[in-house]
Design a protein around this ligand. Structure first.
Ligand SMILES: [Zn+2]
Length: 310
């Protein structure tokens, strides 16, 4: 835990793995900006104290997307400091209406797992479901100054449709949030997540030159060779897809059967993680169907093997 400096005025408070996230803090003489306040709050307090600042001195909170582990302290910090909250237009409408947020994440009112998910959020990411309001809407490409730094909004959907990154133009860094390059791999465990969009966002980041990429969940958050890290990260999509295809080839006929031997998560005893696992497997099944490698016959999944089918 703790925090590290990644530029003169840019710091990362290490939250690490879910249910926390890494929080980027920009401390200039003019403004104190906190991006994704999901780190342990004491760690944030301690970084600020080292700069003779307090939580109540925060001017702006920016949210990269609506996931509870990234927004957990936003409303609390607003209450304490009166800071403005900024987010893109999609995240803003979800943040402003938490019922919409729950639906967006797949947990509509009658979803059987919703109470367990809410319990998990309230236990580990307390504050994320509180009512709050975004004061300023950001759009793709928006540039704004924080002291002498220029920040730019870069939409990067796939993980969720509202996911965005924040570029720091002068030191040439990017906070890639949940394009996080962890060993776990990419997370697309919601109905509206998208593997093709996620891969497109990764390709977009690989085309850009950065001095460093800041991960939303790595314990050592600064990635210097972002192209290589993203290439390794992308391999998880193919590895998981091969595992899903093999499992269907071995006789699994439904999503339920596919998720008996988990492909993404370790052996499962947690019903919320099992739900994420199922949604991620569903994305792979769709992808395999689009490629003609899997078909549905009498509501059962069948693997098609091009070599033997001709
Ligand atoms: Zn996320």
């Amino acid at each position: 835990m703790g925090s590290i400096g990644v530029g003169n005025e840019i710091h990362v408070v290490i939250g690490g793995a879910f249910p926390f996230c890494n929080t980027v803090v920009v401390i200039t003489s003019e403004e104190l900006v906190v991006i994704d306040p999901g780190c342990p709050i004491e760690e944030l307090r301690s970084l600020l104290k080292n700069h003779n600042l307090e939580l109540r001195d925060i001017d702006t909170v920016i949210l990269t997307h609506i996931h509870p582990d990234h927004i957990a302290h936003a409303t609390k910090l607003h209450r304490l400091s009166g800071c403005r909250i900024a987010a893109n237009e999609m995240t803003a409408s979800l943040f402003n209406d938490k019922e919409e947020m729950k639906k967006f994440l797949g947990f509509h009112k009658k979803h059987p797992i919703r109470p367990l998910w809410e319990e998990l959020v309230n236990r580990s990411m307390y504050g994320a479901l509180e009512d709050g309001r975004v004061d300023e809407e950001l759009r793709n490409g928006d540039k704004f100054a924080v002291g002498n730094l220029t920040l730019r909004v870069l939409y990067a959907p796939g993980h969720l449709p509202d996911h965005m990154c924040i570029e720091f133009l002068e030191p040439n860094l990017i906070f890639a949030s949940d394009i996080d390059c962890t060993r776990f791999g990419p997370f697309y465990g919601h109905e509206n997540s998208s593997i093709p969009e996620f891969r497109e966002s990764i390709r977009m980041l690989k085309k850009r030159d950065y001095k460093g990429m800041i991960s939303g969940h790595l314990q050592e958050p600064l990635i210097v060779d972002h192209r290589n890290a993203l290439s390794e990260y992308e391999k998880h999509f193919d590895r998981r897809e091969e595992a899903v295809l093999k499992s269907i080839g071995d006789g699994a006929e439904t999503i339920e059967e596919l998720s008996i031997n988990p492909i993404v998560y370790p052996p499962l005893s947690d019903l919320v993680l099992l739900q994420f696992e199922k949604w991620m497997i569903e994305h792979h099944v769709s992808s395999l169907m689009e490629k003609g490698l899997v078909e549905v016959v009498n509501k059962k999944l069948i693997a098609m093997f091009p070599e033997s089918s001709t």
